[in-house]
Design a protein around this ligand. Structure first.
Ligand SMILES: [Zn+2]
Length: 223
């Protein structure tokens, strides 16, 4: 069941307070509109009814889609508190949901942007772990071809119905990099080494996860 409460948000531009729905749990099959708004990027945006100004609202919530067997916990915590908060919420989630998580894909993310990204990736039948490895590959190799573009962040997205990685440089430039053929090239090398999905695991699959994965593969390589 979806659970939500209404909060009052003060517009950063005109100072007017306006209601904003804070969801504790988003149950995707009961609330397809919420899911659609996560995908179109408006779910975590406050738009002032008076002056039209918008701002992102960062808060903790649980995304649960029993139909697609997906559970993503969005943890909005300060960096210093993150490790402790992750350990704590993993324990709580396991206690509460372990019985119903068979064949689920579970993740922890730390932004609404990452939640959207995971759902988009899974909708296209891709593996978010391989997507993170693609980003890591680009971080290592892009400077050789584009020394002028210092990669700061990369996000999976679609552009004109083509899957791509949206790249942002340290200087704020944006660029698009097609997901294929890179994903197809990396997949056969990495897929056999990926750990099986553990529904009780709730991993945080990001660039740091990809770096650790690559490191453990290199260590285990007998050559
Ligand atoms: Zn306003």
């Amino acid at each position: 069941m979806s659970m939500l409460q209404e909060a009052q948000i003060c517009c950063p531009q005109c100072g007017q307070a306006a209601p904003f729905q804070l969801w504790e749990t988003i149950q995707a099959s009961q609330d397809p509109t919420a899911r659609r708004r996560i995908l179109d990027g408006t779910f975590f945006q406050f738009i002032c009814p008076r002056c039209g100004a918008s701002m992102p609202v960062h808060y903790t919530c649980l995304y649960h889609d029993p139909q697609r067997r997906q559970m993503v916990y969005l943890l909005a915590e300060e960096q210093e508190e993150l490790a402790r908060a992750i350990a704590q919420c993993r324990t709580t989630l396991r206690q509460e949901y372990q019985q119903q998580l068979a064949q689920y894909r579970t993740r922890i993310v730390t932004s609404g942007h990452s939640l959207r990204e995971k759902l988009l990736i899974w909708d296209r039948g891709r593996d978010d772990r391989l997507v993170e490895l693609c980003k890591l590959f680009l971080q290592t190799n892009l400077p050789k071809h584009r020394p002028d573009f210092q990669l700061e962040e990369a996000y999976y997205d679609w552009q004109d119905d083509v899957e791509c990685l949206r790249l942002f440089s340290k200087e704020g430039q944006a660029a698009l990099y097609p997901l294929d053929p890179l994903y197809q090239q990396l997949s056969p090398a990495f897929t056999p080494h990926l750990p099986p999905e553990d529904p009780a695991g709730f991993p945080l699959v990001d660039l740091a996860w990809a770096a650790r994965q690559l490191e453990s593969m290199t260590e285990n390589d007998p050559r």
